[in-house]
Design a protein around this ligand. Structure first.
Ligand SMILES: [Zn+2]
Length: 350
């Protein structure tokens, strides 16, 4: 849990710094040349979503000040940079965003910052092209929701380390060591999730949500996703989509659907009412974090905490028969206690 503790320490440290989070760069002077950072001097990284902010914070550590633009409950598909955000982008040394057209309304602001000489990198840039989904209904629009697959997100950690290491070679080994830690933690999380979700009975492996954010998650864990809206929330759901989903719920006798913290739940109301009109009662099976993390300072306000909440909620509602703890953190806690007990109980060697 070293990475998360580290994130928490940094977040606290940031609150105490007078120059943070607005950054310390004088716009008149512009950013330093790549590689010009020295021990003790921190550069400024502006990030977009909470997931990217969490990732970059763990890897950049004490070497940079991180300014995250999007907070709890913000829909990144619809997010438009404020005047202050644009100023922050222009003053940043480095901008790291999620990419794959997730930040659909930020393209112009990012392009402008790039033209002004800012280093701008998408954390999903280095992913193998055959891992990226291109849904048939959205021509040329990749599915951006990569963070729901912890295996792919672990790869994104390496991309961040590479980008920061090129910019700040003096600390490159720090970045790659931390990326390896994040990668390992993502792998451990994935192995746990695979067990918990693998124990959902075959006929119940359907995930019904407001928008199509969980295809990478579903692909990794063998679930099928059905949603009212497509891979972006930028357009309103059509009547045809709603009716098709109602048909599916009634025909397959699906008992529960999931709401998302960043999407208007009204979109699902029409589906629930449509099913009720055909004598099939569908309940809300809980809230999932799709495109934003939870409140800062809570477990759901961290990347793995957000994913864990989703895994536990889905496993519980879809009837996983897994007998161990559903939460990754309970498993981690148990194994920590076991190690501690083992250490105290072990006979002392003279
Ligand atoms: Zn989305």
């Amino acid at each position: 849990m070293r990475g998360r503790a580290f994130t928490a320490i940094l977040a606290c440290a940031c609150l105490l710094l007078p120059g943070c989070p607005t950054g310390s760069i004088d716009p008149a002077q512009g950013p330093p040349e790549p590689g010009a950072t020295q021990a003790g001097s921190r550069y400024t990284i502006v990030t977009t979503t909470g997931m990217v902010t969490d990732l970059v914070r763990q890897i950049a550590g004490e070497h940079a000040e991180i300014v995250g633009l999007m907070g709890e409950g913000i829909d990144p598909h619809l997010y438009r940079p404020t005047t202050q955000d644009s100023a922050r982008l222009m003053q940043a040394d480095f901008v790291l965003y999620s990419g794959l057209k997730l930040e659909g309304q930020m393209g112009a602001a990012l392009e402008l910052a790039r033209k002004q000489g800012r280093q701008i990198v998408a954390v999903t840039d280095g992913l193998p092209p055959d891992e990226i989904r291109y849904p048939s209904g959205a021509v040329g629009h990749p599915d951006p929701h990569v963070w729901h697959d912890p295996v792919l997100w672990g790869e994104c950690a390496r991309r961040v380390a590479m980008a920061l290491g090129e910019y700040d070679p003096a600390n490159a080994t720090d970045y790659s060591r931390r990326a390896a830690e994040v990668h390992a933690e993502c792998t451990r999380f994935h192995e746990h999730a695979a067990q918990v979700l693998g124990a959902i009975p075959e006929q119940q492996r359907h995930l019904v949500t407001a928008h199509d954010a969980f295809e990478y998650f579903a692909r990794r864990y063998g679930l099928t996703v059905h949603s009212v809206q497509g891979i972006t929330t930028e357009s309103e759901p059509g009547l045809q989509d709603t009716n098709a989903l109602v048909d599916f719920l009634v025909d397959q006798k699906i008992p529960a659907l999931f709401v998302e913290t960043t999407v208007n739940p009204d979109h699902l109301k029409a589906v629930i009412e449509g099913a009720a009109a055909r004598d099939w009662e569908v309940s809300i099976g809980g809230t999932l974090y799709s495109d934003a993390m939870g409140a800062p300072g809570t477990r759901e306000g961290t990347y793995l905490g957000m994913l864990d909440h989703n895994v536990v909620t889905i496993a519980r509602e879809l009837g996983s028969t897994w007998e161990g703890p559903l939460s990754f953190f309970d498993v981690a806690e148990d194994s920590k206690m076991e190690t501690e007990n083992h250490t105290t109980a072990a006979p002392k060697l003279e």
